[in-house]
Ligand binder design. Structure first.
Ligand code: PMP
Length: 443
């Protein structure tokens, strides 16, 4: 894709930016640049409109360049650009924390971070420190899940279950086990919503507990819906069963809601959607509609108190980021949650979900399609891989969709879709038609 002649960024200038999770050589041969965004569309460097079928990276839930958020950030930067939150405070961080805790019953504190990865490492550290604070210091093991994505910090890749993200980096955290993933194509292909089969996979937790003894295990972390590995939806009753087993053994349950948080499923959080309460849950992305980077870990009632009530108040949490509760992020976040509420976007997502589901499932029978799945306003189309080239088909689809004016996301040979919650039905039709079209020629 040639860049506009008057653009500063000629292909030769692209090398200094080592792009994240990108096929750098491919990209730099064939750059794809967004220069503007508005509502559900991006504009490319060569002036084309591209419908954002992925909410950026699952983060612009209210669409792009939303005025109330921009104005809130502009106003804030004129007033207080930065203030430390170590031994000092600024009012907006308390106001935002308070508003967030009001969004969900039973979680009375939040800890601010700057990203999903930081939220994950923060949640794991809070879990470990909490176990110590309550006299359970032998509980140091962590349990993640195969095909889990929990960001790229060493904690996150240790509990995560994506082989490629782990194998080049040497030793991980000690004392980590993985539950099996729940993706069973043979039994659950083309399920709408939660699959029927696979509840028993939660019982694998009992096996791991028996292996190590509960007194050594601090926490289990799972994404309620695994996003980055291809929208893997939990089998019916699975999360509830995990909760029961954790309760039985004094193990903390952490949900990684970096994608599911802030309306993606048509409820504020996955904990609301599934009716299962974790002890901690991570968020980022949609918390500020991605306008300013931010994350937050929600802590259930009693966790913070265990630290505050420790003898002599000796156990504070020795953890935090320079930008925890950054004023601009708090301003963006407050405006974002107001916008979600004012426009009823979570309810809107729930209302649109059946139309979305029907649209996606109409693609059954497309070339190479072996599964379609969906929940809330997220969905995936899984393609049969070419032997030895496990990402080739979806990547081909990605390039072709981009040429036809649609941004999709791919992982392996899975197409993942998560449009902004402000999409109209006509946009959903465009997404479905374009993907259908692309599938006709995917190699
Ligand atoms: N956890 C989950 C479930 C995610 O989906 C992501 C990002 N896709 C992360 C953590 C990491 O977030 P970030 O890229 O903001 O560090």
């Amino acid at each position: 894709m040639a860049l506009a002649a008057n653009d500063q960024t000629k292909p030769n200038d692209l090398d200094p930016f080592w792009m994240p999770f990108t096929a750098n050589r491919q990209f730099k041969q064939q750059p794809r640049m967004f220069v503007e965004a508005e509502g559900v569309h991006y504009t490319t460097a060569d002036g084309r409109k591209v419908l954002d079928g992925t909410s950026g990276l699952w983060c612009c839930n209210a669409g792009h360049r939303r005025k109330p958020i921009i104005e809130a950030v502009q106003k804030q930067v004129e007033k207080l650009d930065f203030a430390p939150t170590f031994q000092m405070g600024h009012p907006l961080s308390f106001e935002f924390a308070s508003r967030l805790t009001q969004m969900v019953e039973g979680f009375s504190q939040v800890f601010f971070t700057n990203s999903g990865s930081e939220s994950v490492d923060t949640a794991l550290k809070i879990a470990l420190a909490y176990q110590r604070a309550i006299g359970q210091g032998t509980r140091t093991r962590l349990i993640g899940r195969e095909r889990g994505y929990h960001g790229v910090g060493f904690g996150g890749i240790s509990v995560g279950g994506i082989v490629a993200n782990r194998k080049t980096f040497g030793p991980m955290l000690n004392g980590v086990d993985h539950l099996p993933h729940t993706h069973d194509l043979a039994k659950n292909a083309y399920t709408r919503g939660e699959p029927e089969h696979g509840l028993n996979l939660a019982d694998e937790l009992e096996r791991i507990v028996a292996l190590h003894d509960a007194s050594t295990i601090a926490a289990v972390i799972v994404e309620p819906v695994a996003g980055s590995t291809g929208v893997l939806i939990p089998p019916k009753g699975y999360l509830k069963r995990l909760r029961e087993i954790c309760d039985k053994h004094g193990i903390l349950l952490i949900f990684d809601e970096v994608i599911t948080g802030f309306g993606r499923l048509g409820a504020p959080f996955a904990t609301d959607y599934f009716g299962v309460k974790p002890d901690l849950f991570t968020t980022a992305k949609g918390i500020t509609n991605a306008v300013v980077p931010m994350g937050a870990v929600f802590c259930r009632d009693g966790i913070y108190d265990a630290f505050m009530n420790a003898p002599d108040n000796t156990i504070e949490l020795f953890h935090g980021y320079t930008y925890s509760g950054h004023p601009l992020a708090c301003a963006a976040g407050l405006a974002t949650i107001d916008l979600y509420k004012d426009e009823g976007l979570f309810e809107r997502a729930a209302e649109l979900a059946p139309y979305w589901e029907d649209g996606l499932h109409s693609l059954k029978g497309g070339n190479h399609v072996i599964d379609i799945r969906n929940i809330g306003m997220v969905g995936a189309i899984e393609l049969a891989g070419i032997p030895g080239k496990p990402t080739a088909r979806a990547f081909d689809a990605f390039l072709k969709a981009y040429d036809k004016g649609l941004l999709i996301r791919t992982t392996g040979d899975i197409i993942a879709l998560s449009p902004p919650l402000i999409v109209e039905k006509s946009h959903i039709d465009f997404i479905v038609d374009t993907v259908g079209d692309v599938l006709k020629t995917v190699h």
